[in-house]
Design a protein around this ligand. Structure first.
Ligand code: GMT
Length: 374
């Protein structure tokens, strides 16, 4: 099949899912055309059957604001027409779904394209609820040929807020468990934790919803009992607040701000606990990648997190903002090596058995095929 994939190119989970999906489909022989305003973060090396189309932004003094939605429509039309795309798969509804719809309508007489919209989270639970966006999201969902959501939670939220009457298929996010696996990196572990401290890790885009300051507060409670180090991977609006807090709490020498990193597998492999105390999370892809590397997850009991992390098996979930409880859960695992080992194995097993790329990508392939059936 010839598939166009529209996504955000940044480090966000929706862009990562879209990119990994496209790369895997390309390996299976499909022709994949990524369409975005920059090269997606994980599309950093040559692969056969993979093409990238840059959305160029026209500048004109009259336009005080960028007209990205329209520039994207133009690029989709161009790519769909000349590359003969069968399926246009847009990730994150705003504005991709409405751009996809407009492009397919404009093209209708010349070339038919089926539109698949995958919902990722705040496109439904936050931004999509803005009064000016709500009718557009609702319309674009009603006019998508297929809608998918990355968790049961997100499906329910979509029905609740948008009531389109259309079927929504849950296709969970996935991880390549052959790539994301725990490997020994003794040198790296020694560099980070020279006195055999435990290692806690958090990976995100440091937006407010990720509650990075909670991560620092939880760590402050843990380090009071167990010598540990905290790795903060990623960058975003909350970085400086988290840094300031670590200084105020007198623990900054044990907190490593690593910024955006590409070698996640190494860092996850040397980590003992992954922290995700978010206040909004439709799935929690970073938690799944950690689990695949055998890292138990401590997170909040919200959104799709409990669908990924099985409480008391592969990690623990606690009420949002319950720093005390999350710290207690971490200490429980750090102080009991046998328990940690069984959680680590359960986390890996869950990733392999439920969320492995080889199980999930065929679900998208089947969905595309069904849409193309005459
Ligand atoms: O929804 C967002 O704000 C952004 C989006 C992203 O691009 O990172 O994150 C969402 O999609 C991820 C991939 O499906 C999920 O793992 C995240 O849980 C989800 N974020 C939220 O729901 C806040």
């Amino acid at each position: 099949m010839k598939i166009g994939i529209v996504c955000y190119p940044t480090y966000g989970g929706s862009g990562i899912v879209a990119t990994e999906l496209g790369l895997n489909l390309a390996k299976k022989g499909h022709e994949i055309h990524f369409i975005s305003y920059a090269l997606p973060a994980r599309l950093n090396k040559f692969q056969p059957n993979v093409f990238f189309h840059d959305v160029e932004m026209p500048h004109y003094p009259l336009f005080e604001f960028h007209l990205y939605t329209l520039a994207l429509v133009g690029k989709i039309i161009d790519v769909a027409k000349y590359e003969k795309i069968d399926i246009l798969h847009v990730h994150y509804a705003i504005p991709h779904a409405i751009s996809g719809y407009l492009a397919s309508q404009i093209l209708e007489k010349e070339h038919k394209v089926k539109l698949v919209t995958t919902l990722h989270g705040t496109d439904i639970t936050l931004i999509g609820l803005e009064p000016s966006f709500h009718p557009i999201v609702k319309f674009s969902l009603e006019h998508s040929d297929k809608i998918t959501a990355v968790s049961g939670y997100l499906k329910e939220k979509t029905i609740q807020h948008f009531d389109t009457g259309k079927e929504i298929e849950v296709i969970p996010n996935f991880v390549d468990t052959k790539v994301y696996k725990r490997i020994d990196y003794p040198e790296l572990r020694k560099n980070i934790a020279p006195d055999k401290e435990k290692i806690l890790i958090h990976v995100s885009n440091f937006r407010k919803v990720k509650r990075v300051c909670d991560v620092v507060k939880i760590f402050a409670e843990v380090i009071a009992y167990v010598p540990s180090k905290l790795l903060l991977v990623g960058d975003g609006p909350e970085s400086s607040a988290a840094e300031k807090l670590a200084k105020e709490l007198g623990i900054s020498q044990h907190v490593n701000f690593l910024g955006k990193q590409t070698s996640l597998i190494e860092l996850l492999s040397v980590s003992d606990i992954f922290l995700l105390p978010s206040q909004s999370e439709s799935f929690g892809l970073s938690a799944l990648e950690a689990m695949s590397c055998g890292v138990p997850v401590i997170g909040s009991n919200i959104g799709g997190i409990p669908e990924v992390v099985e409480h008391n098996e592969s990690g623990y979930v606690a009420e949002l903002g319950d720093i005390n409880r999350m710290a207690k859960y971490i200490l429980e695992l750090l102080n009991k090596p046998k328990k940690w080992e069984s959680f680590s194995q359960a986390a890996r097993k869950r990733a392999v058995e439920l969320f492995n790329i080889d199980l999930i990508v065929p679900k998208y392939e089947n969905l595309y095929r069904e849409l193309l059936e005459p």
